[in-house]
Ligand binder design. Structure first.
Ligand SMILES: *Cc1c(COP(=O)(O)O)cnc(C)c1O
Length: 410
């Protein structure tokens, strides 16, 4: 039964019941279609399928029923409760990719060609920044990184650079947690005929829906909170211009070849079923961890959008339902204290990435942002001793006890 167009009041009902379970064997879960190609009973059936709009039963690089089931859930999540200009339920098109980076490559290459310019905020995920500054530059696409929170500067940059085609935002940004005002930037961009894409990985559609604020595209590394268990990589690109998504964007997606695979899609579908209840616990734990760290004598500074001391607290509170469960903090002892702290942890997991059910702790300067020159990374808020914590769903008492004992050893 295809529940694609069913309307659900709540997020959990939606993530439990949207994905199609299309199969002939009454499987309760969405089957894993581990197949490269699809059969036709007759030549005529093959012709009909190739002529049709359903691309999920031709060849897996073009689409696959397991990917389609994940895409339906992602579309329903980002469109939940939203309407278009005519007041009808918002229809979105999602394209599932093998990773966030694959989805991001499709986003940039389908919207920008040689001679075009991209504007972005200066605080970004390391891989995104490298893709823009190293690879897009080689393809003749210029990137301007500015503080897009400064609307006068953004307007001036748009006036001075007529080749700008896209503004890419990441809010909250990983790992600095800087937030930018999606709605006001979309208004400025659209007045200049420029489209806006939003990396919604850290917030998830549970906390923030960029399409409600005017975004043209939403991107996720579905590897993170959407999967939730650190069991697979996936990326998704969603758009509301269905014609553009089904033609130009689809072409780039299919010909770059960044499709997902049936097993990882299945893991994503299973993970998304508990998105809402996981996020509730992630968020409440993060708020308590931030309060605890903020009062601790060994800590210089805590970055968490839920603290009123965070420079973007006001906009974060306005555009997110709650504060995202990502925290970064600076230890008074700098890099040495950072190493001792990481080594003393007994419950939290030492690993990069974010959004898993267990708490992950990492050191961006030596890990995720290793490829960014030191002066540049410091300018963007990633200092030598910055520790990043993706707060998990452990019982809070165990998390606090672990942090307290590790901090006592530095
Ligand atoms: C992880 C991440 C990406 C890249 O996604 P992959 O799935 O690792 O390719 C992009 N943006 C943000 C904010 C991320 O956290």
């Amino acid at each position: 039964m295809n529940m694609k167009n069913k309307k659900f009041k709540g997020i959990s009902t939606l993530t439990l019941h949207t994905a199609a379970k299309e199969n002939n064997n009454s499987s309760h879960t969405t089957p894993i279609y581990a197949t490269s190609t699809f059969t036709f009973d007759t030549a005529e059936e093959g012709m009909e399928r190739f002529k049709g709009t359903d691309k999920t039963k031709l060849y897996t690089r073009w689409g696959n029923p397991t990917f389609a089931a994940a895409e339906q859930t992602l579309e329903a999540l980002e469109a939940h409760g939203l309407t278009n200009e005519k007041g009808e339920p918002l229809q979105l098109k999602a394209l599932l990719h093998s990773s966030g980076q694959a989805a991001m490559s499709t986003l940039f290459l389908s919207n920008l060609s040689a001679g075009d310019t991209l504007i972005s905020h200066f605080s970004l995920y390391g891989g995104t920044q490298e893709l823009m500054q190293k690879l897009l530059t080689e393809a003749g696409i210029k990137t301007i990184l500015i503080d897009v929170r400064d609307s006068a500067l953004l307007k001036q940059t748009l006036e001075e650079n007529k080749a700008v085609k896209l503004i890419h935002l990441e809010t909250p940004a990983n790992p600095t947690l800087q937030c930018v005002d999606i709605e006001s930037i979309c208004t400025i961009a659209h007045a200049h005929g420029v489209k806006v894409s939003v990396d919604n990985t850290v917030a998830t559609p549970y906390l923030q829906q960029p399409f409600a604020l005017g975004a043209d595209f939403v991107f996720h590394s579905a590897t993170k909170f959407l999967n939730g268990h650190g069991s697979a990589l996936n990326g998704v690109l969603l758009g509301k211009d269905l014609e553009f998504m089904n033609t130009k964007v689809w072409k780039w997606h299919v010909l770059l070849g960044g499709n997902s695979n049936a097993f990882d899609s299945y893991l994503l579908i299973q993970g998304m079923k508990t998105l809402e209840i996981r996020m509730e616990r992630h968020c409440s734990n993060a708020a308590k961890v931030a309060q605890f760290l903020d009062k601790h004598a060994a800590i210089e500074k805590v970055n968490y959008t839920g603290l009123s001391s965070h420079p973007d607290h006001t906009i974060a509170s306005k555009q997110m339902k709650q504060h995202a469960p990502l925290i970064s903090f600076e230890l008074k002892g700098g890099i040495e204290a950072g190493k001792k702290f990481l080594n003393a942890l007994e419950v939290c997991t030492r690993a990069v990435s974010l959004g898993t059910v267990d708490t992950l702790v990492s050191h961006p300067a030596s890990m995720t942002h290793f490829g960014i020159p030191r002066e540049e990374r410091i300018k963007y808020g990633i200092s030598d001793g910055l520790i990043r914590m993706s707060v998990g769903i452990e019982n809070y008492e165990d998390l606090e006890a672990d942090l307290a004992q590790a901090l006592s050893k530095i």
